[in-house]
Each structure stands twice: as structure tokens, then as C-alpha cells.
Design a protein around this ligand. Structure first.
Ligand code: DX5
Ligand code: ZN
Length: 220
């Protein structure tokens, strides 16, 4: 039986009350906290860095999954590991040496993953499958919360699921962008087991109600 994980993205949280927001969302049943890092270079937006991760870390008892939307990636990886990241993912086209960056994440004591934009080919993982703990499929173009799920990415999620099953390794398949109560079941059916949701959770007054409704959908 698949274990499904809900990973609220704090990008849509109230940053003036971030500590309280992460505590509330963990109490509401979050399995993972998704931490979006944007550099105004790889993506056209600027968000948060290791200092903010370090500040929220004591308030979070679940793993923190750091999604790096930055280029280059290597210099900043040890800083996020030191600040308390559990999983660090990056976009392969943002690194000159993908194998080196994955190894760097692992050497710093974190789990490592690659992120694929809607049009980035999955073949980047072919020779590094043994260094990967997570595949993250973007179901939007990265840079902003609140965008609409791109249905063409369902096929790619299914392709990634096949690759994971063939590898026989324990690799999480996470999907990020436009996940809501009404499409999460379809995304799970395509093969995902971990679901990032920003605006669907933080945009609503009752986080637990949304997470519970997502779990109900996943149980169907
Ligand atoms: C966007 C980020 C996402 C974002 C998702 O580039 O990677 O994690 O927060 O937000 P929603 O769930 O609102 O699409
Ligand atoms: Zn993300």
C-alpha cells in the first residue's frame, strides 16, 4: 500500500507570522514542509534562504524539503544542510555537474532529488538513479504559487513512476503546482505519492479541513 504524504508549501503562508503558520500546518497533519527557494535568476521571483530555514526549524517536527529554484546550486547547498534541511532538490539544468551536486547534498547529510519542469526531459536521471531519493515533477512552470495545474504533466508523472518501479529503489515521487482537493486523486492515480500544496492550504482558514479532505480523496 502506498504511503501518501502532504507537503504544504510555505510560499503561500503569512510571512509576518511564519513560525505560527508552520506550527499550525504541522498540527493540521502536514507530513513534510516544502520550502521554496527562488533567486530572481533561475526563476523570476525572490523568496527565502537558509536564515529563514534556521528560524523555523525548531518549530517543525516533520522533514523539511528544500526546493532550490536557483542557479548555480552548489555553493548554497551546505548552508541549507546546516540550517536543517532534510531533503534538498534542484533543477538539473541549473547545475553544470548534476552528479557532483547530488553527491554534495548527500555528503552534507541530506536526501537528494531532482526537479523536472513541465518540459525538462526525464533522461537527466538515467545515470544518477542510485543517488536520488526524490523525483519532483513540476505541474506548473516554477516561480509563483497559485498557478493552474498543467494536465499534460500527468503523463510525465506516470513515466517517472515507471522509472522508479524499474529501479527498485525507495524514491519519493513528489508533484508540485496547482494541487487541490479536486485533482489530488488524479495525480495519485498517475503515480505520485507526495503532494505539494501551497495556495490550496494556506489560502483557506482551516488547514486541517483541507488536509483531511485531501486524504479522503487519496483513500478513494
Ligand atoms: C512554485 C513552487 C510551488 C508553489 C506551489 O514554483 O515551487 O511549491 O508554492 O504553490 P501552489 O500549490 O499554490 O500551486
Ligand atoms: Zn516548490
Amino acid at each position: 500500500m502506498t504511503t501518501f504524504r502532504i507537503a504544504p508549501s510555505i510560499l503561500s503562508a503569512d510571512f509576518a507570522r511564519l513560525g505560527e503558520e508552520v506550527k499550525n500546518v504541522v498540527a493540521a497533519g502536514a507530513d513534510i514542509i516544502h520550502f521554496d527557494v527562488m533567486d530572481n535568476h533561475y526563476v523570476p521571483n525572490l523568496t527565502i534562504g537558509p536564515l529563514v530555514l534556521q528560524a523555523i526549524r525548531p518549530h517543525v517536527q516533520v522533514p523539511i524539503d528544500v526546493h532550490l529554484m536557483v542557479k548555480p546550486v552548489d555553493r548554497i547547498i551546505p548552508d541549507f544542510a546546516k540550517a536543517g534541511a532534510n531533503i534538498i532538490t534542484f533543477h538539473p539544468e541549473a547545475s553544470e555537474h548534476i552528479d557532483r551536486s547530488l553527491q554534495l547534498i548527500r555528503d552534507n547529510g541530506c536526501k537528494a532529488g531532482l526537479v523536472f519542469n513541465p518540459t525538462t526531459p526525464l533522461h537527466y536521471i538515467e545515470h544518477v538513479m542510485d543517488k536520488i531519493d526524490m523525483i519532483l515533477i513540476m505541474s506548473i512552470n516554477p516561480g509563483f504559487g497559485g498557478q493552474t495545474f498543467i494536465p499534460q504533466t500527468l503523463k510525465k508523472i506516470a513515466q517517472a513512476r515507471r522509472l522508479i518501479d524499474e529501479s527498485g529503489r525507495d524514491i519519493l515521487l513528489e508533484v508540485d503546482g496547482g494541487i487541490k482537493i479536486d485533482n489530488i486523486a488524479e495525480v495519485a492515480k498517475a503515480g505520485a505519492d507526495t503532494f505539494v500544496a501551497g495556495s490550496a492550504i494556506f489560502g483557506k482558514p482551516d488547514y486541517k479541513a483541507v488536509i483531511d479532505a485531501m486524504r479522503t480523496q487519496l483513500a478513494t
